[in-house]
Every structure is written in structure tokens, then in C-alpha cells.
Design a binder for this molecule. Structure first.
Ligand code: SF4
Length: 219
């Protein structure tokens, strides 16, 4: 899903489903509309578009759009799931203790700096009002994530937590059964592992994450 057309189409299908529709033959957008709905071909342009995005209801409660950060040509990309409140307030990604944990993982295990990798989330807006995120919102926002991947062209993607892995791959395998394995997709390798925020509450899982990150180095 590399353009907004697909995201809008999905959004409309979810709306129709909620209204009780089981089938529609309506084509909401013409071929010309689709071309206008292509996403920008630069990270800067994409960020600007996300900052003005109102495609899903999360735009109503956010303070800032939390877009990806880091090296635009990174070999390694990290994908989390949802921005936290602290990140929504600051408009920056992976802050607080979870952010410190991620920085330590990058510096101490991979021997890199945060500036050398690219870090992003599945969702770009914090669910301030609802706290819960509906699956349609993940599907809608995925268009930005896929475009970020297309533009950065990482060799390895490390996904944090169940949702980042499942929405990226459409594979619903639970994280505990898939973590640490290498999944090949569209020219890059995906390595799923636990989220730094999960490690804060479950420090005994750090050794698994250490093992998973060692697989990144071997790629
Ligand atoms: S979460 Fe994504 S799709 Fe929804 S408003 Fe924010 S940027 Fe747009």
C-alpha cells in the first residue's frame, strides 16, 4: 500500500462495514484521483503530508504528528507501534525510558548511533482521546510506513512488538513464536523482537532481544 488511495479506500470500506454493508460495487475514486493521491517521493515531503493528515480519527486528539527520524539512507530501520503521550507532546519519536532503552540497544549492541539508523512507528499519531486504536487506523496509516520503507530502502527492519510485525507482514503469528527469526520480504529482511517499553516492565527478556539484535549484525 504505497499511496493514499488504498488507505482512503480501506477507510471507506471500514465505514461501510460499520454501517452494515457486506458488498459494494461503488468505485469512489477515478484513475485521475488516484494519481493525485500518490504520496511524495521524499521523506521531507512525506513528513509534511503526515503533519497535515486527517485521514483517520486520531488526528482529532493529537498534539503533534510523530514522524520517523534518523538516517534517510540507513541500512537498519526500527519500527515501533504507537507514539506515547510524551512523544505526542514533543513531536519526536522514542523519548523517555523506552527511548533510552532503544538508544542503549543501538549503541551498545549494534555499535551505532541513533543518527545512523532510521526509527519510525506504525502509527504517526498518539491516540490521546480514545487510548485504543482501531485496526482501520493502523491500516490507514500503513501507507506512510510503506512509503518510508520505499524511500529509505533499509536492508534490515527490526519490528518491535506484535503489531508492528503483524501489520507490516500480514502474518498474525504471535511475537513469542516468531521473534528472532529472519523473514525475507521485498528485498529486505525483517527481524521481529520485543518492544523497548515491554523490556522496561519485563527486563528478563533483554537476553532474547540481545540475541535478536546480534542477528541484525550478522545480516
Ligand atoms: S495516524 Fe496516520 S493516518 Fe491517522 S491522522 Fe495520523 S498520520 Fe494520518
Amino acid at each position: 500500500m504505497k499511496n493514499i488511495y488504498n488507505a482512503l479506500l480501506l477507510k471507506q470500506l471500514y465505514q461501510l462495514k460499520n454501517l452494515g454493508y457486506k458488498y459494494t460495487s461503488e468505485k469512489p475514486y477515478s484513475k485521475e484521483d488516484r494519481e493525485l493521491l500518490e504520496l511524495p517521493n521524499s521523506l521531507q515531503g512525506l513528513k509534511k503530508q503526515a503533519q497535515n493528515c486527517h485521514l483517520c480519527s486520531l488526528s482529532k486528539g493529537r498534539n503533534h504528528v510523530v514522524f520517523g527520524e534518523g538516517n534517510s539512507q540507513a541500512d537498519i530501520m526500527f519500527i515501533g507501534d504507537v507514539p506515547l503521550e510524551i512523544e505526542d507532546n514533543a513531536g519526536a519519536i522514542f523519548l523517555g525510558r523506552g527511548g533510552e532503552m532503544l538508544t542503549a540497544m543501538i549503541e551498545k549492541v549494534l555499535n551505532l548511533s541513533r543518527e545512523q539508523v532510521y526509527i519510525t512507528n506504525l502509527l504517526k499519531c498518539h491516540p490521546l482521546l480514545t487510548k485504543e486504536v482501531h485496526e482501520s487506523e493502523f491500516h490507514t496509516c500503513k501507507a506512510y510506513l510503506f512509503k518510508e520503507i520505499e524511500l529509505v530502502k533499509p536492508k534490515v527492519i527490526v519490528t518491535f512488538g506484535d503489531r508492528a510485525y503483524q501489520y507490516l507482514t500480514n502474518d498474525l503469528t504471535e511475537l513469542k513464536n516468531i521473534r528472532g527469526t529472519v523473514i525475507k520480504k521485498d528485498g529486505y529482511s525483517i527481524i521481529p523482537t520485543y518492544h523497548p517499553n515491554f523490556l522496561l516492565k519485563n527486563p528478563s527478556f533483554k537476553k532474547e532481544v540481545f540475541f535478536d539484535l546480534k542477528r541484525v549484525i550478522s545480516r
